[in-house]
Design a protein around this ligand. Structure first.
Ligand SMILES: [Zn+2]
Length: 444
């Protein structure tokens, strides 16, 4: 059953284990014992129980699976197309309405394949092209097939009118039927809300629309995620949410590039978290990530891929590196954000940003077994000096040898074990051709 977790026993043996668990730190020449999809033990010289599969990690780095905290997976079908949009928002408004459920499935599955290949074991699928019955189910089917851990935040359709609420009856239905989608607990449900500013800085959504959306999510006990982005003319979104009394620990704010000091104070006081997506923020022109200020205020911060229509890929190693580099550049300090602190943002802090830190993000007994093994064999590594700094500054997705999510091996020896990437690429190209053709005929 997809996503039900590996029932077997695995021993990942002899790697440099970066646990990211408080009080444990790194275990050089360490072992990780996995049983029933959970971490049973982390230590040295662990015995392999009878029947256990042993994965030799000698000379390699073992780390928690990387955590993405905001990704519009459906529009991976539009990878590298934002300039032809022209512009990311026009691209989504232009081609999004031509997507059928199967196109959402293909885009999401391609994103999942990239996630696994890149060592990402948890994703936050920010689904903002839910156009009717079948769309959410299609995205969820791809996530379940991939075996990733995910929060699926169900949102509104691309190009949805600002004066209309999202399909709240559909959200209630999805919530009521959730057990049928949850892939044995790997997937959890949230709501993706436009809030006052919407996903497009040019949008303005009235409170009469977004308040009932918030109220419904809270009635159902669902966490809420919301963009607060855009150049300075779109500032004030976080202030508006604070004035409306809508911020809280169940809210994740995305970007927050133009947050004022007062708004950062509101986020901190409310317990809301922030997802920072440096590459999309740079490329779309939102300005520089505010990582250091958010962290200094005590806000839970995670890193995110956002959209490969704009950023091209979802390389979490590169996302870590640019996050550290920008924080140090802004501070004028080589040590403002250390590699270890940066790795935490992409692991345990990312999990905290999604409310999943009791489940994933570090290697400790009792947690679900989400981990990666990174080989230094490639020419961009070649050495095993400081394993944490290597992960943040030198490693690339191609160095990821093994990926285990919920105890299930999804990548081994550098190749995906459960997904056929050639077929996924072929199906994605075909789906995109259909989307473009339907969009053209709709315009005629
Ligand atoms: Zn986004």
């Amino acid at each position: 059953m997809p996503g039900a977790g590996g029932g077997g026993t695995l021993l990942v043996r002899g790697g440099h284990v970066i646990t990211m668990a408080p009080g444990t730190g790194d275990v050089p020449d360490g072992d990780v014992l996995v049983s029933g999809g959970a971490i049973a033990a982390v230590g040295t010289g662990l015995d392999a129980p009878a029947g256990a599969t042993v994965i030799d990690a000698a000379g390699m780095i073992v780390a928690p699976g990387l955590v993405d905290t905001h990704w519009h997976m459906w529009n991976t079908l539009l990878r590298g197309m934002s300039e032809t949009g022209p512009g990311y928002f026009r691209l989504c408004r232009g081609l999004g309405p031509a997507f059928g459920p199967d196109d959402v499935f293909q885009g999401t599955l391609l994103a999942c394949a990239e996630a696994i290949s890149s060592g990402i074991t948890t994703v936050h699928d920010w689904a903002h092209n839910v156009r009717g019955p079948g769309y959410a189910a299609a995205g969820l089917r791809a996530l379940a097939q991939a075996g990733l851990r995910a929060r699926f935040s169900c949102g509104y359709p691309a190009a949805h009118p600002n004066d209309q609420a999202m399909d709240l009856a559909g959200l209630r239905r999805l919530h009521a039927e959730w057990d049928g989608h949850a892939a044995g607990g790997l997937l959890s449900l949230g709501m993706a809300c436009r809030g006052p500013g919407g996903s497009d800085p040019a949008m303005h959504v009235p409170e009469a629309v977004y308040r009932p959306e918030f109220d419904t999510a809270r009635e159902l006990g669902l966490p809420v995620t919301i963009h607060a982005c855009g150049p300075p003319h779109a500032a004030g979104q976080i202030e508006a949410l604070a004035e409306d009394g809508l911020l809280g620990p169940d809210v994740q704010v995305v970007h927050a590039n133009c947050a004022t000091a007062a708004e950062i104070g509101h986020l901190a006081a409310s317990g809301a978290t922030v997802s920072v997506s440096p590459f999309s923020e740079l490329l779309i022109g939102y300005g520089l990530p505010r990582t250091a200020e958010l962290l200094a205020a005590g806000i839970g911060v995670g890193l995110s891929a956002d959209t490969t229509a704009l950023t091209g890929n979802a390389d979490m190693f590169a996302i870590m590196k640019v996050t550290q580099g920008l924080a140090n550049a802004l501070a004028g300090d080589e040590f403002a954000l250390t590699a270890r602190r940066t790795l935490a943002l992409a692991t345990i802090d990312g999990a905290r940003c999604l409310g999943l830190d009791a489940v994933t993000g570090s290697l400790a007994p009792g947690k679900r077994a989400d981990l990666i093994v990174v080989s230094p064999a490639g020419p961009n590594l070649g050495l095993l000096t400081d394993p944490v700094q290597l992960l943040v500054t030198a490693a690339q997705p191609g160095n990821v040898d093994t990926v285990i999510a919920d105890g299930r091996v999804l990548k081994q020896g550098g190749a995906l074990t459960t997904l056929d990437t050639e077929r996924i690429g072929r199906d994605a190209r075909q789906a995109l051709a259909g989307v473009i053709a339907r969009s053209r005929s709709a315009r005629r």
